[in-house]
Design a binder for this molecule. Structure first.
Ligand code: LMR
Length: 396
């Protein structure tokens, strides 16, 4: 029977990692997947994580199942990071959080929750967006529509076009917004633009869904929640799919969260029973370790301070690589202006390189970047930046 199965195309991001691993060239550089690398090219375990794990090893008493929604203390911590420690919507019980296997798992919960409960059948996503969004939403049965976002000419956000295309979104439609560090462009709305969007959204009655996977990588932990918090002020209902893969470096622990905000605690409590049925039918209940690590760190003032400093160090290193990339490309006399890379946020730079140039970089120089031209700046180091810039200058 299986001979009838047709091969699926390789995943545009993780498929690239597979190809990279199989590449025998020793000078190869992987700037495809969004993972942080330090100056030595390693993806380190944060010091605060190691310390939390030591605490857990000494104190953990059981490997019993978690509840369907996961670690309850973790849920509280997620909400504090999203909405601020003293947010009234937390105190009022309007927010309910389920631990999820990564941000992807949280997105899938969000999608299935709205579809199964007949809340929405259309989701609007930015053009471009993270390659996996379409697959996750379509798998849950949502119809995907695109809103304009990136302006190739100015290499910036085309906010007027974004608002104009979203004017077609109907009341109740799910509208996906990237909380910060837009993936793949690295271009975020300004505070004023967030306010204007939130107003448009509230007036039109969209159901906002925030994908929030890079908190701390643009400006800071609190600062990066600005867009979400502006929306939370203007909306009785919204959804959040958040991830700690990047800001805690806990990629393979798959630690994320799905958060639902309702008009009242009573409505949230009822709606959350349906969230739990989605989870039960998918993976029953979440794995414990990653969430236990996050909970241990955020509940301990010293570990929390260490975490904030470690996130800042990652953010600063990536910013330095952006500066260096712009400077070194200019040194090589490339005619294009790459200074826009400086202003982008987070791990990625939407470089403007064409599919052909991306292909050439892989074939001739063993440099792996995503087909859209997205470069993971978080993978650039002082050791690989010269060969990278030489190669980019050549393909240009
Ligand atoms: C990325 O965009 O590279 C990351 O979010 C990793 C992934 O799962 O694609």
């Amino acid at each position: 029977m299986f001979e009838k199965v047709v091969a699926a195309p390789a995943d545009p991001i993780l498929g690239l990692t597979e190809a990279f691993r199989a590449d025998a060239r020793s000078h190869k550089i992987n700037l495809g997947v969004g993972i942080y690398k330090d100056e030595t090219g390693a993806t380190p375990i944060l010091h605060c994580v190691k310390k939390a794990e030591q605490k857990l090893l000494a104190n953990e008493q059981t490997k019993n199942y978690l509840g369907i929604e996961g670690n309850l203390e973790y849920g509280r911590i997620v909400q504090q990071l999203l909405f601020g420690q003293h947010a009234s919507l937390i105190a009022s019980g309007r927010a309910k959080t389920a631990q999820a296997p990564g941000g992807t798992g949280a997105l899938r919960i969000a999608a299935e929750f709205v579809v199964r409960n007949g809340l929405a059948n259309t989701v609007w996503i930015s053009d471009p967006t993270w390659a996996n969004h379409v697959s996750v939403f379509q798998a849950a049965g949502l119809t995907v529509k695109w809103y304009k976002y990136y302006d190739a000419a100015s290499k910036g956000l085309d906010f007027a076009a974004m608002q104009a295309s979203l004017a077609d979104a109907q009341a109740g439609d799910l509208v996906l917004l990237h909380g910060c560090c837009h993936n793949p462009t690295g271009i975020d709305p300004t505070s004023e633009q967030w306010r204007a969007l939130a107003k448009q959204s509230a007036a039109a009655g969209w159901l906002p869904l925030f994908d929030f996977a890079y908190q701390g990588f643009a400006r800071g932990i609190e600062e990066d929640a600005e867009g979400l918090r502006i929306f939370a002020e203007c909306h009785e209902e919204l959804l959040v799919a958040s991830s700690f893969s990047k800001n805690f470096g806990l990629y393979n622990e798959r630690v994320g969260a799905f958060t639902l905000v309702s008009a009242s605690k009573e409505i949230a409590d009822v709606a959350f029973t349906q969230v739990k049925t989605v989870i039960r039918a998918n993976y029953s209940n979440p794995p414990s370790h990653g969430a236990a690590v996050v909970t241990t760190i955020v509940s301990d003032p010293a570990l929390y301070a260490e975490w904030v400093a470690e996130v800042a160090a990652m953010r600063v290193r990536i910013r330095e690589m952006r500066e260096l990339l712009v400077a070194k490309l200019a040194e090589r006399g490339v005619s294009q202006d790459f200074s826009f890379i400086r202003g982008q946020n987070g791990m990625f730079s939407f470089s403007g390189l064409s599919k052909e140039q991306v292909e050439l970089l892989k074939r001739e120089f063993a440099i792996y970047i995503v087909g859209s031209g997205r470069i993971s700046v978080a993978g650039i180091t002082r050791a690989n930046i010269d060969p990278l810039c030489d190669a980019i200058a050549k393909v240009l």
